[in-house]
Design a protein around this ligand. Structure first.
Ligand code: 2AM
Ligand code: CA
Length: 262
């Protein structure tokens, strides 16, 4: 195990401890923008994760949801952190939310850890090292037929420009796939693709910290992640599609058919 991966695990575990220590009933919620809430737990968790990284790699750049000033992932070494992915779930006591910690080097993912707090599930990967869930190897699903696919997604919450197209796409997919799910924490949803629970996933309007760790975990589990045009530049999280090879291809073509701007 390399040191980058060890520090990613340590930082994420430290973060998970802080999230667990909060009692949902006592949360102080404030709003960063429309629909965009943040709690004291998000800030405290980000600080704890940042401390672990600073102790180990003081020179590295840090990009965390609660402190980032811009959305561009720089070259060089950068830690991309979402202290709580699924903050709305967390704030309402709905049980799917996680800590996400990733290391990117020169705009390539090197290590990623996602810990879902309620299930105590630790998903992790480092480049070339496979994908793991609580110490066991995971792989994407081998189900290739759309009608057998369970597909994760998210609902638009801030950018409503694509709303009509997105809803038409959803209506069409409901007819073609086994089922759609919207857990509300993108990092966890992507890990469900890596673990073979979901055969595919698509969403738009995400940010780098939502996808930075889980994207690598999918790749190391044998899956595919891209932007809606199939390009490798998926780190912005802006238009994201993932799956095993067959369902990724299927979702790409459905998105192209229903979302002209894609
Ligand atoms: P967050 O909890 O870290 O903000 C839900 O589909 C995904 O979108 C989550 O990963 C969530 O990450 C992200 N998201 C960002 N802003 C959101 C918001 N205002 N409401 C719901 N989800 C949001
Ligand atoms: Ca968050």
């Amino acid at each position: 195990m390399n040191r980058d991966y060890e520090v990613a695990l340590k930082a994420a575990r430290e973060g998970a401890k802080i999230v667990k220590s909060y009692n949902n009933g006592d949360l102080k919620i404030s709003y960063k923008g429309v629909n965009d809430l943040v709690t004291d737990a998000d800030k405290a968790t980000e600080k704890a994760i940042r401390n672990v990284i600073n102790e180990n790699f003081p020179e590295d750049a840090f990009m965390g949801e609660e402190s980032a000033e811009n959305l561009q992932v720089p070259s060089g070494r950068v830690w991309i952190v979402d202290p709580i992915d699924g903050t709305t779930n967390f704030a309402y006591g709905f049980p799917v939310y996680c800590v996400s910690v990733a290391l990117w080097i020169d705009r390539q993912p090197e290590a990623g850890v996602v810990i879902e707090i309620n299930l105590n599930e630790e998903f992790s990967a480092y480049r070339g090292g496979g994908a793991w869930l609580n110490g066991k190897r995971i792989n994407v699903s081998s189900l290739e037929k759309p009608e057998a696919a369970l597909v994760g997604t998210g609902f638009p919450y801030r950018d409503y420009n694509l709303m009509d197209h997105y809803m038409n796409l959803m209506r069409n997919l409901l007819d073609k796939v086994q089922g759609l799910r919207r857990p509300g924490a993108a990092a966890f949803d992507l890990c469900c693709v890596a673990a073979g629970r979901f055969q595919g996933y698509y969403e738009y309007g995400l940010s780098p910290w939502d996808v930075a760790a889980a994207g690598l975990i999918i790749q190391e589990a044998g899956g595919v992640i891209s932007n809606w045009r199939g390009g490798e530049d998926w780190i912005s999280g802006d238009q994201i599609v993932a799956g095993n090879g067959a369902i990724h291809r299927f979702l790409m073509s459905e998105i192209a058919a229903f979302i002209p701007e894609a």
